[in-house]
Design a binder for this molecule. Structure first.
Ligand SMILES: Cc1ncc(C[n+]2csc(CCOP(=O)(O)OP(=O)(O)O)c2C)c(N)n1
Length: 358
């Protein structure tokens, strides 16, 4: 299943000699475990009626933590709505991820604090936002200077389904034509809700970059070490002024598309079981155990995980309800008079406790 992919940590937990020996494998393990715990708790909270929806990352932790850990502080990430593992690596408070899915906020965090943009639910839209940002980096002269504290790059996440969007193709054209400092990180989890990748393209994701004139790399997305190494290299290439890369992290979405989806209607459970044997966390656990990592390390991770669970459950229930004004705020620097009038009408309507007869 993963034979033709760049891989450094085999499904049996064997690490290649060519892997960077300085990579923090324990840190990667911990980040993957925490990312999965955020996911598990969020699904439970959705089932309890505390969230309206959740988009699970189960099985994609290796791709996300590998990529997330490759970022430097000044690099900027543009996620979709499933990058909970990248958000964790970026230092975003995981409780704030829940706000969007609880419906208490249209955002949830300040994108400038951690250089991690807000989630984008419009498929492919973030690729053009990212290209625009990368153009800004070039104009600021923050690329190719050789100064590691100055040079920066953009890492934009997309799914395989986003490759069928016009925006993504426009983003590829601009990134190539302007040689932008950008890395497109496509998690090919093989499904765009119920549409398999095979109905969208006749060639692998990575190969599509060639047509636009930049590099494509195909990585085992369940191998956190390979995902990290490929992203480190691609970001370095971008920061140095050598232009874009498309990374295809070949993986599989083991849960339904969201908590509202029934994947039993379009795919076989047996395939999901096969991918469970390629689990990114278990693969690294096997390796760490094999090199003599003690039980106290794993117990420490489990304790941290338990604390995180408590924090998520309590934090979710404590998220403040939005004020009736909130959907109107922060849309314009100076709010137009007619919008202001709508806001006042809405506030009065809510205050009166009127119920829409429909
Ligand atoms: C422009 C647009 N069209 C359609 C949708 C509906 N939609 C939501 S998720 C999705 C599939 C996305 O699949 P993919 O890009 O592979 O990402 P994944 O969810 O698998 O991570 C679609 C079509 C949308 N949100 N935005």
């Amino acid at each position: 299943m993963t034979d033709d992919l760049f891989s450094l940590l085999s499904p049996e937990g064997v690490l290649s000699d060519s892997a960077d020996a300085s990579v923090d494998l324990r840190g990667m393990f911990s980040d993957m475990v925490m990312s999965r715990r955020i996911d598990t708790e969020a699904i439970a909270l959705q089932r309890q009626g505390e969230l309206g929806l959740w988009a699970s990352l189960l099985g994609q932790e290796g791709a996300q933590v590998g990529a997330g850990r490759a970022l430097r502080p000044r690099d900027v990430a543009f996620p979709t709505y499933r990058e909970h593992g990248v958000a964790w690596c970026r230092g975003v408070d995981p409780v704030s991820l829940l706000g969007l899915f609880r419906g208490t906020t249209l955002g949830g965090w300040d994108p400038t604090t951690n250089n991690f943009n807000l989630y984008t639910l419009v498929i492919g839209a973030q690729t053009l936002h990212a290209v625009g940002y990368a153009m800004g980096i070039v104009r600021d002269g923050d690329v190719g200077t050789g100064d590691p504290d100055r040079d920066r790059a953009v890492l934009v996440f997309l799914g395989d389904g986003a490759l069928s969007e016009g925006e993504t193709n426009e983003a590829f054209v601009w990134a190539a034509a302007q040689n932008l400092p950008i890395v497109f990180f496509c998690q090919n989890n093989q499904w765009a809700i119920s549409a398999p990748y095979s109905v969208q393209s006749r060639v692998p994701v990575a190969q599509r970059a060639q047509g636009f004139g930049f590099r494509g790399v195909r990585v085992d997305g369940n191998d956190v070490v390979a995902s990290h190494a490929a992203t480190v290299e691609a970001l370095e290439h971008a920061r140095a002024g050598n232009g874009p890369t498309l990374i295809e992290a070949f993986t599989y979405r083991r849960n339904p598309h969201t908590t509202s989806d029934d994947d039993g209607r379009y795919r076989e459970g047996a395939v999901t079981d096969d991918w469970t044997t390629l689990d990114p966390i278990e693969r690294l656990r096997t390796h760490l155990t094999g090199i003599g990592t003690g039980e106290e390390f794993f117990a420490g991770v489990a304790a941290e995980e338990a604390d995180l669970s408590e924090r998520l459950r309590a934090g979710c229930r404590a998220l403040p309800d939005p004020s009736p004004e909130s959907p109107f705020l922060h849309t314009y620097v100076d709010m137009p008079a007619d919008l202001e009038q709508q806001m006042h009408d809405h506030v009065e309507y809510v205050a009166a406790g009127e119920v829409d007869p429909a």
